[in-house]
Design a protein around this ligand. Sequence first.
Ligand SMILES: Cc1cc2nc3c(=O)[nH]c(=O)nc-3n(C[C@H](O)[C@H](O)[C@H](O)COP(=O)(O)O)c2cc1C
Length: 202
Amino acid sequence: MTKAPERQSDTSVERLILDRWSPRAFTPAPIAEAELLAFLDAGRWAPSAYNSQPWRFIYARRDTPEWERFLSWLIPFNHGWAQHASALVYIASHTVMGGGQAEPVPAPTHAFDAGAASVLIQLQASKAGWATHPVSGFDHEVARSGLELPDDYALNAALVIGRQGDAQALPESLRGREAPSGRKPLGEIAFAGRFPVTGADG
Ligand SMILES: Cc1cc2nc3c(=O)[nH]c(=O)nc-3n(C[C@H](O)[C@H](O)[C@H](O)COP(=O)(O)O)c2cc1C
């Protein structure tokens, strides 16, 4: 496999963070349920508003009866490469808090919290030598129904998890994109005090 150039940062960002990226070339390999659950366990430790832990992870592993069904909800572009991965994890979040005796109230940060959990899962998997690729390109209505998601849960995204494969195995159109992407400079996204005044074209 050709080694991708390492990402660099001007500050002291941890290698674990810089080295996580989202490949599309996977080598079909089974993943043990215990190993997958250990990645999902990392997500459990994310912060959330009121420690409400609104995330839910619904998974299928390669070579299990649910695998093809979970894959079938992906748009064709994503299906093309994700079919070679080892697990697919749909990430839902509870849109309300409370319940029990109390009237449920909207949980405005449910998707933000689930996103935080998703990143921890990706970092844990990356540290263990697995690759992950988040996707939102799937038929959300069909997936909701297939997952039997209750009405008060949102379906946010899914994580494709697998062993990274050789880019040469990808269709030519994807081969050139199979490398860690760059980022906007810090000065473009971090502001002291207030949002900067920009020109007419923003
Ligand atoms: C919520 C979300 C949805 C995404 N959906 C897709 C997708 O449907 N298909 C895809 O190929 N990549 C998808 N991506 C991957 C992004 O394109 C990728 O994370 C981004 O380009 C940054 O690259 P990196 O993850 O390699 O650092 C998605 C990422 C996120 C966070």
